[in-house]
Design a protein around this ligand. Structure first.
Ligand SMILES: [Zn+2]
Length: 338
């Protein structure tokens, strides 16, 4: 009886062991398959700026943390994560040194990169603001890969970097550099990629977080996850640019002026504009239009800029300026796809 029991016990033990081994083999296989999702992919990481602490005083947070240092820390963590997933990583810079913009895109193009990401953090006049802004190059209808990835990344940054509900912008780089876009995205056009400003270091709480490895890691993790998802989905469509389709230029405040007192009113201008728009008289409509224009000029990549342009188009229609309204509607569609 005892022996029988014992044997039975051994049998059960052996079965359990087999199940366990099987389970471990399965999880190992799963780990390996998630580990190597980027096998063979060449990914170019471009940490913004570099080596400009002595010459440039505005690219820093309230206690002096500099953008180019944050960009580099996140980029180096991202490199580690991507390499673990099997990617081959190119870095435009790996230390705090200047590196010409044209050389950055050249590196990606000449090494036939499959993906390009430029890592930045943003500054604005209003210290209360903090949200991610992702730029793709050119028109949404032509750079579908950039838009698709931009949306994936914005959602991930929200998830891993922000505790509270946060708005985000996925916008064309033409919103800030009219007709030309950013140098690195223009130079790498054809390779899927974006320029990501994950947060604003002019916000004091965010500046403090950005100094921590944990927050930098969360950002790198969010980017890596988005890249994996992007390659899994495989929407790599990027068509050649057709300048005739570009919406007319919209003059925005230059970078330094975006720190001014007028610029700080960007959100209030939008709120006031909406109130005035509800009044039906022509004068209020015109005033609302001007406020929306002012807001979009002050902060052309803000999360209300899309609505400012949309409302401008609506007011132009009411004023009978159909042609202008149509152009404004194209701007919304091509430059503000979210
Ligand atoms: Zn930057």
């Amino acid at each position: 009886m005892y022996i029988l029991k014992h044997r039975k016990f051994f049998k059960i033990k052996a079965i359990l062991l087999l199940i366990l081994v099987g389970h471990f083999q399965n999880t190992l296989a799963q780990q390996n398959s998630t580990k190597n999702t980027l096998n063979g992919k060449i990914i170019c990481i471009d940490p913004g700026h570099g080596g400009s602490a002595a010459t440039d005083s505005y690219r820093q947070g309230p206690t002096g943390e500099r953008e180019e240092w944050i960009d580099l820390r996140v980029a180096l963590l991202l490199k580690e994560i991507l390499e673990e997933k099997g990617a081959k990583v190119l870095m435009t810079r790996s230390s705090d040194v200047p590196f010409p913009l044209a050389e950055r895109s050249k590196m990606a193009v000449e090494n036939k990169a499959d993906f390009f990401i430029s890592i930045h953090h943003n500054a604005t006049a209003d210290p209360s603001v903090n949200f991610p802004i992702i730029y793709y190059h050119g028109l949404a209808s032509e750079n579908q890969a950039g838009v698709a990835f931009g949306k994936m990344l914005a959602k991930n940054l929200k998830k891993y970097m922000y505790k509270t509900k946060t708005p985000y912008s996925v916008v064309s780089d033409f919103t800030i550099f009219s007709g030309a876009g950013s140098s690195v995205l223009r130079g790498t056009y054809g390779i899927p990629g974006v320029l990501a400003e994950a947060s604003l270091f002019t916000n004091p709480e965010e500046e403090a977080r950005l100094k921590t490895r944990e927050h930098n890691y969360n950002e790198a993790h969010a980017i890596a996850k988005a890249i994996e998802k992007f390659f899994k989905k495989g929407n790599l469509t990027i068509s050649p640019k057709t300048p005739s389709k570009f919406p007319p230029q919209f003059a925005t405040l230059q970078e330094a002026d975006r720190m001014s007192a007028i610029a700080r009113r960007w959100h209030q201008d939008y709120i006031d504009g909406k109130k005035l728009m509800k009044k039906k008289d022509a004068e209020s409509q015109q005033k609302a239009y001007d406020l929306f224009t002012q807001s979009a000029r002050s902060f052309p990549d803000s999360y209300v800029a899309a609505k400012c342009h949309k409302y401008r188009a609506a007011i132009l229609r009411k004023q009978g300026k159909i042609e202008e309204a149509l152009k404004e509607e194209i701007r919304v569609k091509e430059f503000y796809p979210n």
